[in-house]
Design a protein around this ligand. Structure first.
Ligand code: NAD
Length: 247
């Protein structure tokens, strides 16, 4: 029970990687604040409660400060503190060349993939500073390191998440708060429904291990980065790409 006395806030926790990460932490005793725009996050909370995982859920859009404020308020009311923040909520966006995309598409993807991460960090860090402990894990993507064609808003916002992680890690380096990110290659979740088959095949062909990643594999890595054991890494980018990343 590595996370027995810990409280984690996870965004995009209704399904996919967010749910997998939440489950992994919850199974090891962590109390959970599950945030999602999809009201079915209530079902995830119920499912967790039925298996003995202590959690609450908050429905809202991560790109709105009111969602973060309400999640922090409800979380603190129930659990007193927040030790771990996993900024996982994200969308893939439309697969088209840049010149065929409406400008609004960049704003839409940016609002969730970058603005949401900024807002939740801003809301949670003062609490972590007060309690002199924190682990922040941002879910970026290999697309942010390499740049996938026909996915400029996605790739650019994921690069920005890497930049945010590096800056923030240094800002907090002298505290007990560690800020890191992970850069997965393709994992089979419903985010793939947003991508074209051609785009999914492009991403798959680039993975030397020759398969998609598993939710559990990402959850295992995130759980370690979110633990006390991860004490000498901050502003770091952890690869989980089946051998695709070359740096
Ligand atoms: N699956 C992959 O191949 C892959 C690879 C690299 C990175 N990622 C990243 O992992 C993260 C999770 O993706 P996933 O694959 O589990 O996708 P998913 O679509 O299965 O889950 C995303 C979750 O985020 C929620 N969400 C979306 N917009 C939101 C908003 N505005 N406010 C609150 N919640 C919102 C959704 O309702 C959903 O529950 C994303 O940031 C994604 O970019 C995924």
């Amino acid at each position: 029970m590595k996370f027995k006395d810990k409280v984690a806030l996870i965004t995009g926790a209704y399904q996919g990687l967010g749910k997998g990460i939440a489950k992994k932490l919850g199974e090891q005793g962590c109390k959970l604040i599950l945030v999602d725009i999809d009201e079915r996050v209530k079902d995830t909370e119920k499912e967790f409660t039925n298996t003995g995982i202590d959690s609450i859920s908050v429905i809202g859009d991560v790109s709105k400060e009111s969602t973060a404020n309400s999640a922090v308020e409800k979380g603190v009311k129930k659990y007193n503190k927040i030790d771990i923040l996993v900024n996982n909520a994200g969308i893939g966006g439309i697969n088209q060349p840049l010149w065929d995309l409406p400008v609004d598409e960049l704003d839409r993807v940016y609002a969730i993939n970058l603005r949401g991460v900024f807002i939740f960090c801003k809301s949670v860090i003062p609490l972590m500073l007060k309690h002199k402990y924190g682990r922040i894990v941002n879910i970026a993507s290999i697309a942010g390191k390499e740049g996938n064609p026909n996915a400029v808003p996605y790739s650019a916002t994921k690069s920005a998440v890497i930049g945010l992680t590096k800056s923030l890690g240094k800002e907090l380096a002298k505290t007990e708060i560690r800020v890191n990110c992970v850069t997965p290659a393709v994992v089979k979740t419903s985010i793939l429904d947003e991508f074209t088959e051609e785009h999914i095949n492009y991403m798959l062909e680039k993975i030397p291990i020759g398969r998609t990643g598993k939710i559990e594999e990402v959850a295992n890595m995130v759980a370690w980065i979110a633990s006390e054991e991860c004490s000498f890494s901050t502003g770091a980018v952890f690869d989980i790409s089946g051998g695709r990343a070359t740096y």
